[in-house]
Design a protein around this ligand. Structure first.
Ligand code: F3S
Length: 385
């Protein structure tokens, strides 16, 4: 039976997230998750097709998360999955979404400014928007972000309230953070301890590489529920914020413990294919350039490397010839897809990754074995001279 979808239904979805007097805030941008056919299945697909037929349209700039297929490499996936993933994207496009298919929409497809009120789903993008750019969004669910995109407003709760951005727990990390993986692990440990509370973070020395914080925030969003992290010397307005009294000093041993929890010995058996996966969240141009430069010192890689990025970043990287070196060394560059790519469902794959978030979900949802390795550790170990 077909569902007739109306605006009233979306109003009720937002209302159900509030108690007491209902208050709303106007938004100027939305970002939707729940795009992958592997996650939403036939029920989600039918709902989106019904929505497309309802005549409702998005009222604000709306981008979408990645699916599970690279539309230029459809032969790698089950044809039914490809067809259904295409229908999901088509439905969303018909309602007015930009076909961004990325979890880093802030880079090209849905740029933000400080203080902008938005309704974004996708935890890593929410954390980046609030903590690095200074925009305001709660960690929306797939349905509340969809409702806000259609209505043009969201509920005045959480981060949109006067005290909603206040940090409640102070983290200090005195040790050295060597690479993107260390930052991801620190974020993951903080999320485990902070739960739903917004933290304030002080590092001994801040990194000059903004994309290390992308990993920190993605790691934090994987284990924690808060929508932002105040990072000293980085988050807009950090000087004005009152530091929480409750303080936790973190050390290296906690990072190593979580690294072990998310890692298995790399396989010695030939039954398992070893693949290095990077780009969770999707790689930026600068990160692709960094990978390209790191590869200059090696002639070949002894295991496959897969890079995930957005189609906008891919086009830009291609135009700037940043992909040539990667292609020459046999690196495969995927776009439109999350690292939970359709082909990983089949084979016996052991994943090496520099992303804590990727390791967590590949283990949990796809039941794959994973080993955490930074990009440089991977190149040192598997790059031949
Ligand atoms: Fe993006 Fe998928 Fe990772 S949506 S953040 S590549 S789990």
């Amino acid at each position: 039976m077909k569902t007739h979808i109306t605006k009233e239904m979306f109003k009720k979805i937002l209302e159900s997230t509030q108690t007491g007097r209902k208050k709303y805030v106007k938004i100027s941008s939305a970002h939707l998750s729940g795009i992958s056919y592997l996650n939403i299945g036939d029920a989600g697909l039918e709902f989106l097709e019904d929505l497309g037929r309802s005549g409702l349209r998005f009222r604000v700039r709306t981008t979408i998360n990645p699916g599970c297929v690279d539309f230029d490499r459809v032969f790698e996936c089950d044809p039914e999955v490809v067809e259904k993933q295409e229908r999901i994207v088509r439905s969303l496009k018909n309602i007015g979404a930009k076909e961004s298919l990325t979890c880093t929409p802030y880079l090209f497809d849905n740029p933000l400014r400080k203080n902008q009120k938005i309704a974004w789903a996708e935890s890593s993008a929410v954390l980046y928007a609030n903590s690095i750019i200074g925009a305001s969004t709660n960690k929306e669910g797939s349905l509340t972000a969809l409702a806000s995109a259609i209505l043009g407003y969201t509920t005045r709760t959480g981060i949109h309230l006067r005290n909603g951005r206040k940090p409640r727990i102070f983290f200090e990390y005195d040790g050295k953070l060597k690479n993107e993986l260390d930052y991801g692990l620190l974020g993951y440990v903080m999320g485990l301890k902070a739960g739903a509370e917004i933290p304030y973070l002080r590092l001994k020395k801040n990194s000059g590489n903004i994309f290390y914080y992308k990993q920190l925030l993605a790691g934090f969003g994987t284990s924690g529920a808060a929508p932002m992290v105040w990072i000293e010397n980085l988050t807009p307005g950090f000087l004005r914020v009152k530091k929480p009294l409750r303080k936790i000093v973190l050390d290296r041993s906690e990072l190593e413990k979580e690294r072990r929890n998310l890692s298995e010995e790399a396989p010695s058996s030939r039954d398992e294919k070893l693949v290095f996966i990077t780009g969770c969240p999707h790689m930026s141009l600068e990160e692709i350039k960094g990978f390209q430069e790191a590869l200059e010192s090696v002639n070949r890689l002894s295991v496959e490397a897969w890079v995930f990025t957005s189609r906008s970043t891919y086009s830009e990287a291609f135009r700037k010839s940043l992909l040539t070196e990667l292609f020459e060394k046999g690196v495969r560059v995927f776009k439109d897809s999350c690292v939970m790519h359709c082909s990983l469902k089949k084979g016996r794959v052991h994943v090496l990754t520099n992303s804590v978030k990727a390791a967590y979900y590949l283990r949990g949802a796809l039941k794959l074995k994973t080993t955490l390795k930074s990009l440089n550790e991977f190149i040192e170990e598997y790059g031949g001279k």
